[in-house]
Design a protein around this ligand. Structure first.
Ligand code: GLV
Ligand code: MG
Length: 308
């Protein structure tokens, strides 16, 4: 799973488009895409569509409302208990391990009504200050968690920020070069999401869960989206949301090794095999040492590229 497309649950006109896109997973959103007075109707629309639309084998999730709202629990029970075609849920604003365990136990109960080989998948968002403060505890204590998404929009609000742009770069979060009185002092931009993103990625890798980066909001800014994809990958993220189908291909490409990565991996593999035949544990390639640790990178590249 590299890409996840968010589709408002009350906009059936978009369902077919998502289902035939190149995305790996899509989720019908009952949370922030739907106004409060439409929540119940949207749940019904989502349910009807889960059973009726041809999803073309795509992983199909529903983002339910948060568990502290009047809708969240019913979203889980009414959809999870009724539609075997549904693969699972994305649960927003998880704030504690207790809350996560409550969701997990609800899914355990719903699974009793489902085919054994299709347990409901659980994906969550960490997007509040309290959720981030407890992320290691949450991820370590989880029993059936598959992925954690960082939700930058809600996280910024949780920190009391009200900047217009959701992008992490800001002309205010800078450090100045030089000293008082110097000329040409420059402002170096920092990434205001770095701490949250790195912490979530680390927690996920420590406890065997997939870290997912949330959406890049300005879908007309392709350069910005591309940089956002690569920044997430560089921090260890393995997938990213798209809020528009136009962003899917860029995400899919970013979260797969490039052709050059694969060529390099095959050369390393070959060089190490030769070293092994010659009775040595390491070798040189392009003037660099390669050994067992390099082979782990190679195995990962070839696995992701579907070459092993
Ligand atoms: C996503 O849900 C976000 O809050 O950014
Ligand atoms: Mg959110």
């Amino acid at each position: 799973m590299r890409s996840l497309l968010s589709v408002p649950a009350n906009r059936p006109a978009f369902f077919e488009k998502g289902a035939t896109s190149s995305v790996d997973a899509l989720f019908l959103d009952l949370e922030d895409s739907v106004f409060a007075d439409q929540k119940i109707a949207a749940r019904q629309t989502a349910g009807d569509a889960i059973g009726a639309v041809n999803w073309h084998g795509k992983r199909l999730l529903v983002r339910v409302n948060a568990m502290d709202t009047e809708w969240g629990f019913r979203d889980l029970v009414e959809l999870g208990g009724t539609y075997p075609q549904l693969d699972g849920f994305m649960v927003p604003k998880i704030c504690s391990l207790d809350e996560l365990r409550f969701v997990e136990q609800t899914l355990d109960a719903l699974d009793r009504e489902r085919p054994k080989e299709r347990p409901l998948e659980l994906h969550i968002l960490i997007e509040t200050a309290i959720g981030l403060a407890r992320v290691e505890q949450i991820v370590e204590g989880a029993k059936r968690l598959i992925s954690v998404t960082f939700g930058a929009g809600d996280f910024a609000m949780s920190l009391g920020l009200y900047g217009r742009a959701r992008s992490a770069g800001s002309s205010e979060y800078v450090v100045l070069t030089g000293e008082r009185g110097e000329e040409n002092r420059q402002a170096h931009w920092n990434d205001s999401h770095h701490f949250a993103m790195a912490r979530i990625a680390n927690a996920c890798h420590a406890f065997g869960v997939i870290p997912v980066d949330g959406p890049f909001a300005d879908f007309n800014d392709r350069l910005g989206a591309d940089v956002s994809n690569r920044r997430a990958r560089s921090l260890g993220y393995q997938a990213k949301w798209a809020i528009h189908p136009a962003l899917i291909d860029g995400i899919n490409t970013t979260f797969l090794p490039t052709a050059e990565d694969v060529t390099w991996a095959l050369r390393v593999s070959q060089a190490l095999q030769e070293a092994r035949s010659a009775g040595t544990g390491s070798a040189q390639l392009d003037g660099r040492l390669i050994e067992a640790a390099t082979m782990k990178t190679v195995d990962r590249i070839l696995m992701l590229a579907g070459r092993s």
